[in-house]
Design a protein around this ligand. Structure first.
Ligand code: SIN
Length: 378
């Protein structure tokens, strides 16, 4: 049992993070909550949604099932935490994956590759990668495509990894489709008028992880934080307000959505491990580009070309993409004139993103950032 490995006085979160990250011997996953199965655990409670807040037509427009059909859960001890087990209509997830791989990495959005490559090289990450991703492996060791070297993309107010702040000047328009998707999901969860202003996409390979942190840089913590998972599965750890609180482990599968709000908005969390999606879970290749028959006209979710679908499908066979969407400012709020430099408190120190390097390039990237890395967690 994961919880039993914690000895008194130790950092409970770190112990459990290490437990699930361990490769040899692999950990015991029996304590990991799986919301996609029939959940019997007494930790799990049904979450109350507001189906009247989003019409079936509005939901379908962004590729979502009617709210009445969503399987939404809460967790005992985590008020404000809502887990929605894949609320997407069959055939719409490939569209969102394509947005994450083809559209959102485009300029003016910012990505890790911009830090050490000229803009001309990062102008068309998708176009420069599709040949490599469409070809069968030649047997020789090939250089990784740009898409395979992508680790993060920021949207809207671009998160500054060094100062751990957002600022008015570093802003480009937030994607309207993702804004609408976030608006509908948060409305159904009881947060009407959510204004998606910043997004962080994390691209995980099978050996990636994300260190222990709190998302506290947004100025208005009364607004929820939304998280979308696509592709391979992950173990997600949700802790408490201090590192001594042992976290709860749960799977995030393809299409799952999490809402962290209220008392759960500022909790420690981390992703210690990517795990293959279980058999029977519809990964992209099974949804196909032609299966989008449930999609209506006049939706933001467009049908995709066979080539786009093949590239997305191949990439996602070994990858996971997570998108977090945040409202940074409350109504009428503006950024302080002198940016707040966060003191290095316990929470501040750990409020960074630490996608573990899968190659030398991202290792350099990680070192150039001032956030803690997963290495410090071990
Ligand atoms: C995740 O990848 O599921 C978590 C992302 C985050 O905490 O920012």
């Amino acid at each position: 049992m994961a919880a039993s490995i914690v000895e008194s006085g130790e950092d409970a979160f770190r112990k459990i993070f290490k437990f699930y990250k361990r490769r040899n011997p692999p950990p015991d996953f029996t304590d990991v909550i799986d919301f996609s199965k029939d959940v019997l655990s007494n930790k799990i409670v049904p979450a109350k949604l507001d189906p009247a807040a989003v019409s079936d037509v509005e939901a379908a427009k962004v590729g979502l099932k009617p709210v009445i059909d969503w399987r939404a859960f809460g967790l005992q001890g985590y008020p404000g935490f809502i887990f929605i087990s894949n609320p997407f209509l069959l055939g719409s997830r490939p569209f969102w994956v394509r947005q994450c791989l083809k559209t959102y990495p485009q300029k003016p959005n910012v990505c890790n590759l911009d830090m050490h490559m000229p803009p001309s090289d990062t102008q068309d990450i998708w176009g420069k990668s599709i040949h490599a991703l469409s070809c069968p492996p030649s047997g020789k060791r090939e250089q990784k495509s740009l898409l395979e070297r992508l680790r993060w993309v920021t949207l809207g107010y671009h998160y500054n990894w060094d100062s751990k702040t957002y600022c008015a000047k570093n802003y480009t328009p937030f994607p309207t489709d993702l804004h609408l998707l976030s608006f509908q999901i948060t409305a159904a969860c009881g947060f009407p008028g959510f204004n998606a202003e910043a997004g962080i996409l994390n691209y995980y390979r099978s050996d990636s992880s994300l260190g222990i942190h709190v998302d506290e840089s947004e100025l208005d913590h009364s607004r929820p934080l939304l998280s979308f998972s696509f592709g391979q599965s992950a173990i997600f750890l949700l802790g408490g307000t201090c590192r001594q609180d042992p976290p709860t482990a749960m799977y995030m599968h393809n299409g799952d959505v999490m809402v962290m709000s209220g008392q759960s908005r500022l909790l420690y969390h981390a992703v210690p491990r990517i795990v293959p999606a279980p058999q029977g879970h519809t990964i992209l290749e099974m949804e196909g580009c032609s299966l989008a028959s449930s999609l209506q006209d006049n939706t933001v979710v467009e049908r995709m070309s066979k080539q786009d679908w093949e590239v997305c499908s191949k990439y996602m066979q070994t990858s996971r993409v997570n998108v977090t969407v945040r409202q940074v400012l409350g109504p009428g709020q503006s950024f302080p004139e002198t940016p707040l430099i966060k003191p290095r408190t316990d929470a501040g120190q750990l409020a960074g993103y630490h996608n573990e390097p899968a190659d030398r390039e991202s290792e350099r990237m990680r070192k150039s950032r001032s956030c803690d890395s997963v290495d410090t967690e071990e």
